[in-house]
Design a protein around this ligand. Structure first.
Ligand SMILES: [Zn+2]
Length: 223
């Protein structure tokens, strides 16, 4: 697969916060410029990872407004002078209540204002890498997924997990929206797409279509 070998995207997963949320350090191997996706907490650990990889951060990318994903994004942005891109503006209410939610989840959090809200069809870039933005509401109304088409790699936050899907019992959560987003927007990207979920191991869309009890092909046929 020459296209993949030539692609400059590199990624490393660093689980953070008491929830072991999968923060991803992504970077361009040509320029060593990169971004952190969902730096929810454990900032010293993340900074160490960035330094070890020799990456210069250009920005912070956010999938959605939950405390374990973005509770310390504003703090990191302030410390390092980085812009925050994402999530979709429909998650504004989640970000505005971070001060209340953080202590509830045992995370020190800070409210912030993203520099750029994202919409379906937008792109985000660092170094020579460009990723597509896919709006996938349901777990939260403003949840977005980042997709790197050349390497068939997606960062899906709490939309989809290996063997499970995101919770929809939060304010403004919507189970049908989540099912529609996964089957209508993620599956068409291809069964060969590998994804990093908000928690737990990576998987592929194909594997989940085969065996996921919530959104697998058998489960959807039974609906
Ligand atoms: Zn979440």
């Amino acid at each position: 697969m020459p296209a993949v070998q030539q692609s400059p995207l590199r990624a490393a997963i660093v689980p953070v916060t008491p929830f072991q949320q999968n923060c991803s350090l992504v970077w361009c191997s040509k320029t060593l410029r990169g971004a952190l996706i969902d730096p929810g907490g454990d900032l010293p650990l993340l900074k160490q990872g960035v330094e070890r990889a020799g990456v210069t951060l250009e920005k912070i990318l956010l999938t959605h407004g939950h405390a374990d994903h973005c509770g310390q994004a504003g703090i990191l942005a302030g410390e390092l002078g980085l812009p925050i891109e994402g999530p979709h503006e429909a998650d504004r209410f989640w970000i505005s209540r971070l001060d209340e939610d953080g202590p509830r989840f045992g995370i020190h959090t800070e409210v912030f204002e993203p520099d750029r809200w994202l919409q379906d069809g937008d792109t985000v870039a660092f170094g020579e890498v460009t990723m597509e933005v896919i709006h996938c509401p349901g777990h939260t109304p403003g949840h977005v997924v980042f997709f790197h088409r050349p390497t068939r790699f997606a960062f899906v936050g709490d939309v989809l997990f290996h063997g499970s899907i995101g919770r929809t019992d939060f304010p403004m959560g919507n189970h049908q929206d989540l099912l529609d987003a996964i089957t209508g927007k993620l599956w068409p990207l291809g069964s060969d797409v590998t994804f990093v979920p908000g928690q737990g191991p990576t998987s592929t869309f194909g594997r989940e279509r085969e065996s996921n009890p919530f959104v697998g092909d058998a489960a959807m046929a039974g609906v």
